[in-house]
Design a protein around this ligand. Sequence first.
Ligand SMILES: NC(=O)c1ccc[n+]([C@@H]2O[C@H](COP(=O)([O-])OP(=O)(O)OC[C@H]3O[C@@H](n4cnc5c(N)ncnc54)[C@H](O)[C@@H]3O)[C@@H](O)[C@H]2O)c1
Ligand SMILES: [Zn+2]
Length: 357
Amino acid sequence: MSVIHVPSNVRDYDVIFEEDLSFIDSITARSQKIFVVDENVWRLYSNSFLKQIPPDDTIIFPINEDRKNLESVCNIYDQLIIRSPKKNLTLITIGGGILQDITGFVASTLYRGIKWIFLPTTFLAQSDSCIGSKTSLNYRGFKNLIGTFYPPHLVHIFTPFLSTLQQVDFYSGLGEVVKLNIMGGYEKVQQIDSLFSAILSRDPSILKDVIQKSLLIKMDYISGDEFDQGKRNLLNFGHCFGHAIEAVSEFRIPHGQAVVIGMMLANSIALDRGILSEHIHDLLYRQLLARALFTKPLKEDLDIEKIISAMKKDKKRTGEGLPLVMIQNNFSLTKVDNLSESEVYFAITRIRNMLEI
Ligand SMILES: NC(=O)c1ccc[n+]([C@@H]2O[C@H](COP(=O)([O-])OP(=O)(O)OC[C@H]3O[C@@H](n4cnc5c(N)ncnc54)[C@H](O)[C@@H]3O)[C@@H](O)[C@H]2O)c1
Ligand SMILES: [Zn+2]
């Protein structure tokens, strides 16, 4: 069993990499607990990995990006209050990033904060979202507009859950893994490149290794800036365009895949601005980004006017210009607030050509 200890201003917590299912027994032995389980995960695992979990203590929750909202939060409040109107309740979430965002918000606000344990079951949630303390809800069509900082008290990672993910969801996680490893520097890029086929074949020990390394890179960017005042902002690499692409595609393109396209666009602008050489631009495109793209965008998903309008609404925008995080030749990141609409135009046109759409 290996553990990553995550320091946090709210409270430190551990991410435990589990070798077997004995951890489920220790969770079910707790008093005053309620499980919230992604409906698909329950369907797949209620007779196997999750068979010790008492159905009476379980809320089975259907998820999709449209349900990451206050209505779902109220729905879970209602079900929790009926079952356990007490502050010493432990909420246990079993699912991916969407259920994490909804239930993390619930845990941080119900009774001003209850105990929260998270079992991420997607590649994205295991390798990225399970640390960092953010909970987010969409509001009136705006992505992640509402949220809190509230880490889980404990995270258990069991990689065999990943064997049943649909390809589209697996590749969504791969997008964030590729992003973190590009941010980790040239050596990390080479490592992911050499492991690419093993990752795609979902070799559990390779996945465990890749997940651990990705979380450590993310931790590096969060440490000292948990509340997103400075260097944590750089984790938004791929997300400035990514959030806009998700919104314009009406969430047909899943989060991590939108981030892959977002990185392609950011790198194209970095190339035009002379901070990324053609050599590194092409290397990143060929070795990682093109291979990590599974959900090819349609022409209308990259509608230039719509993308610009969505980027203008991004909550991370502070100045008049558009913000963008870019990678530079030495693999350090830079954030600018002066991205112009003509740069967006040229970058989207280039990526459309490269992707032949
Ligand atoms: N809070 C954060 O820090 C943070 C960071 C990154 C992303 N996010 C959010 O995470 C969300 C995306 O999360 P995600 O990629 O985990 O997607 P998800 O939660 O939507 O899950 C994807 C699909 O996989 C299914 N699923 C879950 N586990 C499964 C399993 N083991 N086998 C088979 N199917 C399974 C789900 O039912 C769903 O249909 C986005 O809303 C994004 O904004 C949050
Ligand atoms: Zn993300």
